[in-house]
Design a protein around this ligand. Structure first.
Ligand SMILES: C[S@@+](CC[C@H](N)C(=O)[O-])C[C@H]1O[C@@H](n2cnc3c(N)ncnc32)[C@H](O)[C@@H]1O
Length: 213
């Protein structure tokens, strides 16, 4: 995801980056040069953002100036209302990042987010996201490690709710008038980044980049 984001930002025509469920995402700090001149909107739950700001102050003494922190509960608030209040312009070329988010939301909420991205971004805007396969989420697939992780998130009170069937990924993306531009499954990620490391790549992780038509 980092590589895709940096590659796009280096073209210097992206005007806004929106991170939904940004959590403690540190990309604005890690790739600060690439973000020069780009308006950033980080959307998250108020409690998460409060803690993030405290951590930024205690570790870096300041909060990045080009980031607009938009407090929102996506389950009942509309992103557009809150984003516009924070200065978001619906006619610009954007990148939306949804990392570690969509599998925790009901399908209806996920569809609303993709629809929102399409409706409020100009051509060639991008959405970068990770997702899990449907059979992992509903428990019908026998994927290595999936039982343990599913029961652990259920116990924590944040069960997986949304997955996409592998064979229907393109169809899902096309239904929002977007094109699937890049995708990397766990095998690609493992071969590229984890050859010499002990870290485990879940055998159901997949990341994608789709572009608005
Ligand atoms: C697993 S974390 C991922 C954080 C970050 N994107 C990352 O990859 O490290 C999920 C994030 O989504 C946020 N989130 C989950 N449900 C949300 C909701 N209904 N409204 C707003 N934020 C939500 C959480 O507060 C959390 O920061």
């Amino acid at each position: 995801m980092d590589e895709w984001l940096v590659e796009s930002l280096k073209k210097r025509d992206i005007e806004q980056v929106v991170m939904l469920g940004a959590g403690h995402d540190s990309r604005v700090l890690r790739f600060s040069e690439c973000f020069e001149g780009v308006k950033v909107f980080e959307l998250d739950h108020p409690a998460t953002q409060k803690r993030k700001k405290e951590l930024l102050i205690s570790n870096f003494k300041k909060i990045p100036e080009n980031v607009n922190y938009v407090s929102i509960d996506l389950s009942y608030q509309k992103p557009l209302d809150e984003l516009v209040k924070a200065g978001f312009d619906s006619n610009k070329k954007n990148i939306f990042i949804l990392e570690g988010l969509i599998y925790y939301l009901p399908e209806e909420e996920v569809r609303k987010i993709f629809e929102f991205v399409k409706q409020n971004s100009c051509v060639d805007s991008e959405i970068i996201f990770d997702y899990f396969s449907k059979d992992l989420v509903d428990g019908t697939g026998d994927i290595n490690g999936s039982f343990a992780i599913r029961s652990s998130v259920e116990k924590s009170g944040e069960p997986f709710l949304f997955g996409i069937e592998e064979s229907k990924l393109e169809c899902f993306i096309e239904s929002f008038n977007m094109t699937l531009s890049k995708r990397s499954d766990h095998q690609v990620l493992k071969n590229k980044y984890f050859q010499d490391r002990k870290s485990k790549v879940f055998s159901f992780a997949e990341i994608c980049l789709a572009k608005c038509k």
